[in-house]
Unconditional design. Structure first.
Length: 387
């Protein structure tokens, strides 16, 4: 049984801790690893996994040891594999302890997911520390077989298919919603603040097709409340405007969010973790990349978009491209009303495409397994070279 330390710095959203927690659970439960997850903000962590108790410096959950970082007291002996999630910086004391080991840990920087073409050529590259006898390896998730692939639990696609075949009616009943009408759109909306939201809501409310939008409690709710003129908008509220009905849902833990993605006809998702989960849901999606200075995120957006639409008919590919780009604030994209008008005409084609896309993505490496294999190969190579 290999031991792992995963370090996660929570920035300002749930993506970093979401991916780190998913990875930690998978290594522990599917790879029989001894995993410690170090987190610098347990309060945010508890939002996506309510069993976490933020006041505890150490606790055990889902087969993983969770520890507050930094930990007061003496340095802790490192695990055999040390993972920096998304470029978080290890404390100098931790690196010094790592370098003092008879056999230094395999040190891995787990990078952000990107579909950009350069990722495969950088995957797995070593980077020697300038002062210490340590080497860090860069491990990239990705959409190329030569990358680390995507996180996917061993039974995820089976659970998704079973839910979509027989669990939908019960799910809507739990949310207090009737079964969807034949032409109704059920849409989940998980987003960062955006100036485009008002135009999208107006297009939905002014259309001739019923749209039910399910919004998990989060950053977008105040902006939604302003447009609805409902300043006290809160979990459980249902507000109707024309053809649009808005349902505000509680912020749910990771596994329950999967069910929302599986159930909806279209999912607006943000960041890394929810984007990947939406692809596994076999439902059409609109992705909002994490906004970066000088619109640097647009390159990541367009790279994934190019892959996603590559096998679609030209008119459908254009409708998806326009909608994704306008949602992400690309200035040359058509207005949101036109984007939505075009996108809703592609419903049947996009639904089929989402199923085939899920199958295509399932051919990629599974990230937790690929990471475990990568680390194991280096541990064995080290043992062979130092008998």
């Amino acid at each position: 049984m290999r031991s792992w330390d995963i370090y996660c710095t929570v920035i300002d959203n749930y993506g970093d801790i979401g991916v780190s927690w998913r990875l930690a659970r998978m290594l522990a439960q599917e790879r029989s690893a001894q995993v410690t997850l170090w987190v610098d903000d347990l309060t945010v962590f508890a939002r996506i996994w309510p069993a976490i108790r933020p006041e505890l410096p150490e606790q055990h959950c889902e087969g993983v040891t969770v520890r507050a970082w930094p930990l007061n007291g003496s340095p802790v002996a490192p695990a055999e594999v040390v993972v920096e999630a998304f470029g978080c910086v290890l404390p100098e004391t931790t690196m010094a302890t790592m370098s003092a080991q008879t056999s230094a840990p395999v040190w891995i920087n787990l990078e952000y997911l990107s579909a950009e073409s350069w990722v495969a050529s950088h995957h797995g590259l070593p980077s020697p520390h300038p002062r210490l006898p340590l080497t860090k390896y860069f491990f990239f998730p990705g959409y190329d077989p030569q990358t680390g692939g995507l996180l996917r639990e061993h039974d995820l696609l089976t659970r998704c298919a079973k839910f979509q075949a027989s669990g939908m009616d019960a799910y809507w009943a739990r949310l207090g919603l009737p079964v969807a009408e034949p032409d109704e759109w059920r849409i989940s909306l998980f987003a960062y603040e955006t100036q485009v939201l008002e135009a999208l809501l107006a297009a939905w409310s002014g259309g001739d097709v019923r749209v039910s939008v399910l919004v998990p409690e989060g950053r977008i709710v105040p902006q939604l409340a302003a447009w609805l003129d409902q300043p006290g908008l809160q979990v459980g509220d249902v507000v109707r405007r024309g053809a649009l009905t808005v349902h505000v849902l509680p912020f749910v833990r990771q596994d329950e969010y999967d069910a929302l993605l599986w159930a909806c006809d279209l999912n607006f998702v943000r960041g890394e973790d929810s984007c990947v989960r939406a692809q596994w849901a076999a439902r059409p999606l609109v992705w909002q990349a994490y906004p970066q200075a000088a619109s640097a995120h647009v390159d990541k957006l367009n790279a994934l978009l190019a892959l996603y639409v590559a096998r679609l008919p030209p008119e459908v590919a254009q409708a998806v491209t326009d909608c994704w780009q306008r949602w992400n604030g690309v200035p040359d994209a058509p207005e949101m009303a036109a984007c939505w008008a075009a996108l809703q005409t592609t419903r049947t084609v996009l639904a089929r495409h989402a199923v085939s896309w899920q199958a295509e993505m399932a051919q990629l490496p599974e990230l937790a397994g690929a990471l475990a294999e990568f680390a194991e190969n280096r541990l064995k190579s080290r043992a062979f070279s130092n008998p």
